[in-house]
Design a protein around this ligand. Structure first.
Ligand SMILES: C[S@@+](CC[C@H](N)C(=O)[O-])C[C@H]1O[C@@H](n2cnc3c(N)ncnc32)[C@H](O)[C@@H]1O
Length: 232
């Protein structure tokens, strides 16, 4: 079993997701206590895809995070660098244009997408800034980005309870439901080490995104950051 560490070596991250692919979506639902579905709805609302728009869902895994955009009538390209996750997605939804690609070297031309989104993926990318700049490159001027990622709960007492959940309850629950429990130790560690809401907003701005703002979900367990590519 491959377990990534906080230096996020790309081959280790990809191999870790290859290993969890078969049970990934089920484990997600259990560990998020059912919140994952609500978070996905909020992402779709924030992206606001219109029929015919081209949406890149980066680090799409099995493509579950891409489905809401299909429902909205957009043309969505799910892209990920774990072939195991892509294969699992292809089994379930053979019609999806699942694409292999690394977030820091995207296999797309400049300015081809109306919107780029990434759910629970950016935290796993070794070079956050490089991914944010690549996302900007493939977005058309005036297009938008939406990032859905674990973040920092805003209410201090809840923050403490949540941190305990991550470090104490999550690993045993993961052991019970997942075939690769070590991956969920990495999950807990990587969430704790991830920038909080203002810090991630700063990284988006540094990468060249404008009109950056965020919205907290589930008390800040998750944050949706959004930004716009400046018109040329
Ligand atoms: C936690 S899963 C999220 C999958 C999906 N977006 C969802 O919401 O269920 C994270 C995904 O990020 C992918 N990933 C991590 N680093 C990546 C990179 N540099 N390029 C492309 N995909 C990457 C992993 O392979 C994995 O499938």
């Amino acid at each position: 079993m491959t377990r990534a560490s906080l230096d996020k070596q790309p081959h280790e991250v990809a191999a870790m997701f290859d290993d969890v692919a078969a049970k990934y979506d089920l484990t997600n639902d259990v560990l998020s206590l059912g919140q994952a579905r609500l978070w996905r709805k909020a992402v779709a609302q924030a992206v606001g895809a219109r029929p015919g728009e081209k949406v890149l869902d980066l680090a799409a895994g099995t493509g579950t995070s891409s489905l809401p955009f299909v429902v909205d009538g957009a043309y969505v390209v799910p892209c990920d660098f774990s072939v195991g996750m892509l294969r699992e997605g292809k089994k379930r939804n053979p019609w999806m244009p699942l694409t292999a690609g690394d977030a820091t070297r995207l296999p797309f031309a400049d300015g081809v997408f109306d919107a780029v989104t990434i759910s629970f993926g950016l935290r796993n990318v070794q070079d956050t800034g490089a991914a944010l700049r690549e996302m900007l490159r493939v977005t058309r001027p005036g297009g938008r980005v939406v990032i859905c990622e674990f973040s920092t709960p805003t209410w201090a007492p809840f923050r403490t309870v949540y941190s305990e959940y991550l470090m104490r309850a999550l690993p045993p629950v993961a052991r019970a439901v997942s075939s690769s429990p070590d991956a969920y130790v990495y999950l807990a560690e990587s969430i704790r080490a991830w920038p909080d809401q203002p810090a991630l907003a700063g990284l988006l701005q540094e990468a060249g995104w404008s009109k950056v703002a965020w919205r907290n979900l589930t008390g800040g367990v998750v944050a949706l950051h959004r930004g716009t590519k400046p018109e040329a």
